[in-house]
Design a protein around this ligand. Structure first.
Ligand SMILES: *Cc1c(COP(=O)(O)O)cnc(C)c1O
Length: 219
């Protein structure tokens, strides 16, 4: 049994008074581990791979809220559109349009977060601030998506001053979203912080953390 229930209870006790939502990141981990945490009271789980998410969703209780936190390809949106609770990693208009289309087919409004690139590492994923503003300006008043906020990942570094700077930067961008009066934009969620840096993320304004290895052990 690799699920660390004591750690789970500790994290929940710290998060609840601060109104921070815990997304338990269960990628690569078996259904039995998810069930253990679900039975301890956890409802929000995060997955990175579409096929794995679809299989787990069908094997587990329907009340579980599934967060897609990986990089989503447009051609796979239809597989998760019937049930996904929140899509964290949206960084293109093409993907937004596809989510809107598939959400419509399922008579749903799917909440999404736009992914920002705040870390030093080079990656193809995530928007910078200019791209974010361009994307928002280009969004039609889609009926079947709502942008609930932003998601980001800090640099992999021991240097907490760098991580803190990146979190502060993301929080400032999040706060600036209120300047856009766009009907598809309802900024409420700032998804930042993982096993290594969630406390620092919360201290800098995060209200949703994505924690995997602290709960389920190393992958
Ligand atoms: C895997 C993953 C996490 C969880 O990482 P841990 O360090 O195991 O807590 C959080 N967010 C994203 C986007 C991930 O891919």
């Amino acid at each position: 049994m690799s699920v660390n229930i004591n750690e789970y209870r500790k994290i929940i006790a710290a998060l609840e008074p601060q109104k921070v939502t815990l997304v338990a990141v269960s990628k690569i981990k078996p259904v039995s581990d998810i069930r253990t945490l679900y039975e301890a009271g956890q409802l929000d789980f995060g997955e990175n791979y579409v096929q794995e998410l679809v299989e787990k969703q069908s094997a587990l209780p329907a009340e579980i809220r599934w967060h897609f936190i990986g990089h989503l390809q447009s051609n796979k949106v239809k597989l998760i559109a019937p049930f996904v609770h929140l899509i964290h990693g949206v960084d293109s208009l093409k993907l937004l349009k596809e989510i809107n289309k598939e959400a419509g087919k399922n008579n749903r409004v799917i909440p999404v977060l736009l992914q920002m690139h705040i870390a030093q590492e080079e990656t193809k994923f995530g928007l910078d601030e200019t791209e974010l503003n361009e994307l928002i300006a280009a969004i039609d008043p889609y009926k079947n998506i709502v942008i609930k906020g932003l998601m980001g990942m800090a640099s992999f570094t021991e240097d907490t001053s760098i991580v803190e700077k990146e979190f502060k930067n993301l929080k400032a961008i999040f706060d600036s979203l209120s300047k856009h009066a766009h009907p598809a934009l309802q900024p409420e969620i700032l998804s930042m912080g993982m096993s290594n840096d969630y406390e620092l993320a919360i201290a800098n304004g995060s209200n949703m953390v994505r924690i995997g290895s602290l709960l389920f052990g190393r992958r």
